[in-house]
Structure formats: C-alpha cells, structure tokens
Design a protein around this ligand. Structure first.
Ligand code: PRX
Length: 630
C-alpha cells in the first residue's frame, strides 16, 4: 500500500485505473477483516448505488485499536494539548485508548444504544470526543458529530433529521479566553427533539449544568458501572459508520453518509501516502473533529495506521499567535496539517511569534479546506517549513471522505497553489457547462470524477433522491464536485473555488440559502440575498443584501440584532461580514435573483456588471451600487 517514489505513484495510479478491483482488493488485504468480501466493487452512477467490499465483515475499531493495543500497547495514540498551556497535556497510549473506548462502548449499551442507532456527539476537542466516536463505531452505532460552534437550533435540526437516540456532550468548553456552555446549548436543542432519550455529559469545565433525572447521566459515573471488555460488533462493509452534515447550495444541510469498509481503507491509504507517515512520527492536524478533516485525519486514518495523533483543544491565537508553533516545539511535531485561513491570519501577526521556536522537527506541511494563495503558500514554506518541508495542498470534500487530489509529500513535485495530481484510484475530469469533456492541458472547467473510490458518499441520510440530484444529475453518470478547476500545461490541477451557491468561509462550507433563511427569520426582514466575496483572511466573506419592511431607524443596531439572529439560528460562523440594506434585489422577469450582479458588487467590480437590461427593474442595481459606496 505504501508509495515511496514517483515511479511507485505512477505504477499504482496506472494499476488503479486499469484494474481498480485488484488494486483496492490488494490494499484492503492489509486490514483486519472478520470475514472476507465477495466482490470488491459494484457501482452505478446513473441510478446512484455503490458498494465496496460487498459481503465483507469487519469493525473499524479493531483496525484502529485492538491490533495496535496488542502490538505496541505503550505507544501514544492520542496526544492531547489543552487550551490553556499551563495545564498538563495528556497522552493516551493505544492500550489506554482501547480500554477507555471499550468501557464507554459498554456505557452506550447500558444506556440502550444498539447497532444502527444514531448518536449525536456535541463536544469540544478533548480526548473524550475521540473516545465517544470510537465507542459508537465499536458497537455499530452511527455517530453524527456536530461541530461545537453550532447553535441549539442547528443541533436540533441535525438530531431530528436523523432521529438521534442519544446525545454525548460536556458541561462546558473553553476556546481561548472564552467559556462556551455546551450542555446548556444541548438542553435548548432538546426542547424540540423527542427522539433523544439519553444524554451523557462528560465533566470538563465543571460549570454548573442542569441534569434531568432519567435522561441525563455523568460520563464519569457511568464508566464506573461497566467493564472494559467490549467485543467489536461485526459490521458489514457497507453498514453506515457515520453521518456528517454539510451545507449545499439549496435547502438544509444534508447528512453525508459514509460506510465502514471503504471509508476505513481510503482514509488510511491516503493518510499514509499523502503525508508519508513513518512509525514514530507525531502528526498534528489542527481541524476540529466536527468536520470531515478531523474524522479522517485526527481519528480514523492515523489510528488505523497506528500513528501518534495530536489533538489540540484551543485556538491558534491563544494565549498568543505563536500557539501552533509552541505546540510543534513542545511535542516535536513532524507533520503539521492546517487550513490556509489559519496561515493567513498568523502571517499578519509578524515574525516574533515563530522566530524563537524550534520547528526543526517538522518534515511535512499540509493545507486543506480552501484554495491556498501563493503569498500564504510562500510564507508557510519559507517561515514554518524553512524551505525544507514539502507542502501537500490536499483537495477533497466531506462527500469524498478522504484526500482526492494532492501531492505525495517529498514525492510529487509541488507548485504553489496547485493540488497537483490525483491520488491512485481517483479519475478526475473537466467538463464544460453542458457536461462535455474538456480534454488536454492548459484548460479550465468544472471538476467531476468519473469512477468511484472507496470512501465516496453513499447517500444523504433519509433522502437518497437528494444525493442523486445533488451529485449525479448535473452531469449524468459523473460525480459533480461543485468546484471549478484548472489543469495547467503540466497536467497539474488547481482548484479555483465553488461554482455553486456555496461559500467557503475560513474553510467552512456555508450555503447561501441557509444564511438567507436565517436572515429572513429576523423580524422586519422581507427578503435577503447572500453572496461570497474575497476576504483577506477568511478566503471568502459573507455579504448580505437585505430588504426590510421599514428603513431601520438605527441601521447599525439593526445589523447587530440581525447578526444575533444568525448566531442563534446557525452559529457564529455564518454571520455575514457585511450587511447592506436595500429596497430591492436584481431579479429576472421570472423572479430569479441575479446573484452574478450581487457578487460583482460585493467584489467591488461595479464596472463589469454585464448585461442588466433583462432585469425586471434595472434601476435597483444603480441604487445598490450607490448604497455599497461606489
Ligand atoms: O471548494 C472545495 C474546498 O472545500 C470544499 C469542501 O468543503 P468541505 O466538505 O467542508 O471539506 C473541507 C475539507 C476537506 C471543496 O469543494 N476545498 C477543500 N480543499 C481544498 C479546497 N479548495 C481548494 N484547495 C483545497 N486544497
């Protein structure tokens, strides 16, 4: 499974395309299966259905825990760095992690969770989060991790969509200097969630919380009542492993479903090859487990590889903007994986934050979540990597489960801002708006994938039609990524950004429809339209055009109220960066909002608005341009 040279890569790639079943069948041999599969792959992109390793039985936790707890019990699995640097960090060895996962798995069982039940996990970045995730997988419960920054309403929507039976949370959380009331937020959410019968609360900040008799139980109390012996449930390769909600261009966030076998194989294969992980390396991925990056590259990929995965509770700027570099220095991190938005923000703080830190342990740097601009790439390369660490710019999505297009560290020649080449098994293609393939190099188009890979999305929870229409109907027979892409003269891929109504704010996907829905819930708001615009640090910012019933008397105060509504409905990450009150929106005669024009205005490119003569009322454009300050 291990690629060591560019020749290896070319050979693996060729094999994976010519005979995908043999290729992945061979990779899968390196994992622990309870029963072998009968068929490596069955697929249909027209009436979407994909099955990898059909008939194979396994449990991902046996691959992540049992074998390593047996072979190298004392090796660190999770190294936890707390928010407050004055607190002790914690190391969980494979043996300790294994025991704690098994105990907690028994707690889940004792509280009525059985195979196939869905468990919502709403927790900060503490070891118990990893334990909770793996405990679900141990007994075949499907975890649905909700990012700790989401509001009560967002939690409730996600719980209700998949009818979660249990919620696992903490009393509180700390992020930098801020205290966050986790259990309180869960309590608010649960007012509208009749499916939830039990809440397990881990003690973390020991802030006072309400505990409802019969429903709420303390983690620490529950684990005392169970044994640490919990055999792994036998799972079918295609049984769901988890649901992770993500935003699209329309409607509510959808529950992306990943299954056990294929996801395990692809997250592990990509972890080892992209980062060129060697035994003993310390791997630090700065993402939150609430996003796919944390699922695949803090938990599953590293642990299935027997790696040391560093989990950080805090934020990059607390207590100061040198925190990442302190952590690298303190834990002798070898591989560091972060998002361009973090790099851009830390660049702005100046050299003194990294100058005195010993970063010599670093071998590989990674980037994920959004396009990395050349300036950030060079800063990262020169100052953090000291020109000697390859940067892997990894392109992928919640739906892809693992990295799709990326250099292999030290093997693929890199080029700033290019994700470079597809990984073995990945067959990208560029198409025009009619779905016609754009061949050759030095071209631009929409990025599609024409053949399945093991961790491709299987369905959207409870609504398979939505999965089909979202990903497989724009270009029939092809998986549509929603991204625009350039293939340069060398055949290298560069992702240029979303071509749909999804905004990428600091590497977080936010649907314009979702934000509009939240804005429209604010009293007095008649209609709104949201677009993305270039933002120096966040990559993209959110620009909201809002029509109010009456002109606000105190516009600044009204804007603040509106931001509070968005925070309540979705969470602070969806707050617009700019709000402009307008009296009308540019619409076509059929009533469709012309976002193209709003995007141009938000970008400040008011000279190139294009043809506005087809609008219902072209004069609104003039008013908006003026209102925006041009
Ligand atoms: O637009 C692409 C962008 O992030 C989107 C996927 O977002 P999400 O599902 O939240 O997953 C993020 C972490 C995997 C993609 O459609 N994106 C992700 N990685 C890159 C990127 N854009 C450019 N370069 C990348 N390396």
């Amino acid at each position: 499974m291990r690629i060591r040279s560019f020749e290896d890569y070319e050979k693996a790639y060729k094999e994976s395309v010519e005979d995908p079943e043999s290729f992945w069948g061979e990779v899968a041999q390196e994992f622990v299966w309870k029963k072998p599969w009968k068929k490596v792959l069955e697929w249909d992109f027209n009436n979407y259905d994909v099955k990898w390793f059909k008939g194979g039985k396994m449990n991902i936790t046996e691959n992540c825990l049992d074998r390593h707890a047996h072979n190298k019990p004392n090796q660190p699995a999770i190294i936890w760095e707390p928010n407050d640097p004055a607190e002790e960090s914690i190391t969980l060895t494979y043996k300790v992690l294994f025991d704690r996962v098994c105990s907690f798995a028994n707690v889940l069982k004792k509280n009525g969770v059985v195979k196939g039940d869905i468990v919502c996990i709403y927790m900060p970045m503490i070891p118990e989060l990893t334990i909770a995730v793996l405990a679900c997988a141990r007994i075949g419960a499907i975890h649905s991790v909700v990012f700790g920054g989401f509001s009560a309403q967002s939690i409730a929507d996600r719980i209700n969509d998949s009818q979660c039976k249990m919620v696992i949370t903490t009393d509180g959380a700390v992020r930098g200097a801020k205290h966050v009331p986790m259990k309180d937020t869960v309590d608010d959410a649960l007012i509208g969630c009749p499916s939830v019968k039990k809440v397990i609360v881990a003690t973390h900040t020991r802030t006072p919380v309400s505990m409802i008799k019969g429903r709420d139980a303390w983690w620490e109390h529950e684990v005392k009542l169970v044994s640490a012996d919990c055999p792994a449930e036998e799972m079918d390769s295609e049984d769901p492993l988890f649901i992770l909600y993500t935003s699209g261009s329309t409607g509510k966030p959808k529950g992306v479903v990943h299954t056990c076998g294929g996801y395990m194989i692809y997250s592990t294969y990509t972890f080892q090859n992209v980062f060129q992980y060697d035994p003993g390396d310390v791997f630090f991925c700065t993402a939150d487990v609430g996003w796919i990056t944390g699922h695949s590259y803090i938990i599953y990929g590293p642990l299935a590889s027997g790696a040391q995965s560093l989990m950080f509770e805090g934020v990059p700027t607390y207590p100061d903007a040198g925190r990442f570099w302190d952590i690298i220095d303190k834990h002798k991190v070898n591989i560091f994986y972060t998002a361009p938005t973090a790099i851009r923000s830390l660049m702005g703080f100046g050299d003194e934050y990294f100058k005195e830190k010993d970063l010599s342990s670093l071998k590989v740097l990674g980037s994920v979540g959004e396009p990395i601009n050349e300036e950030a790439w060079h800063w990262y390369n020169d100052n953090i990597g000291k020109g000697k660490c390859p940067i892997v710019d990894t392109w992928w999505q919640t739906e892809t489960g693992g990295i799709m297009i990326s250099p292999l560290a030290g093997i693929t020649k890199t080029k700033p801002s290019f994700a470079t080449l597809p990984l073995p098994g990945i067959q990208p293609m560029l198409v025009d708006e009619h779905g016609v393939e754009i061949e050759g190099n030095g071209v631009n188009g929409n990025l599609v994938i024409k053949f399945p890979w093991p961790s491709i999305i299987r369905t959207t929870w409870g609504d398979h039609e939505r999965c089909k229409t979202t990903y497989f109907s724009t270009y029939p027979g092809l998986y549509f990524t929603g991204d625009g892409c350039q293939r340069d003269e060398d055949g290298y891929y560069k992702i240029t950004g979303r071509v749909d109504d999804v905004i990428n704010v600091s590497g977080h996907r936010i649907g314009t429809a979702e934000v509009e829905n939240a804005l429209n819930m604010h009293t007095g708001v008649v209609e709104s339209a949201v677009v993305g615009y270039p933002h120096d640090i966040k990559g993209q910012g959110i620009y909201a055009y809002i029509i109010c019933e009456e002109t606000p008397e105190d516009p600044e105060m009204t804007k603040r109220d509106i931001l509070m509504t968005v925070t309540r409905v979705i969470g602070p990450i969806a707050k617009p960066d700019k709000i402009l009150f307008v009296s009308g929106l540019p619409k076509t005669r059929s009533g469709k909002i012309m976002r193209r024009i709003l995007r141009k205005i938000a970008e400040g490119d008011v000279k190139n608005l294009g043809d506005i003569s087809t609008l219902l009322d072209p004069t609104v454009v003039e008013e908006i341009v003026k209102g925006a300050g041009y």
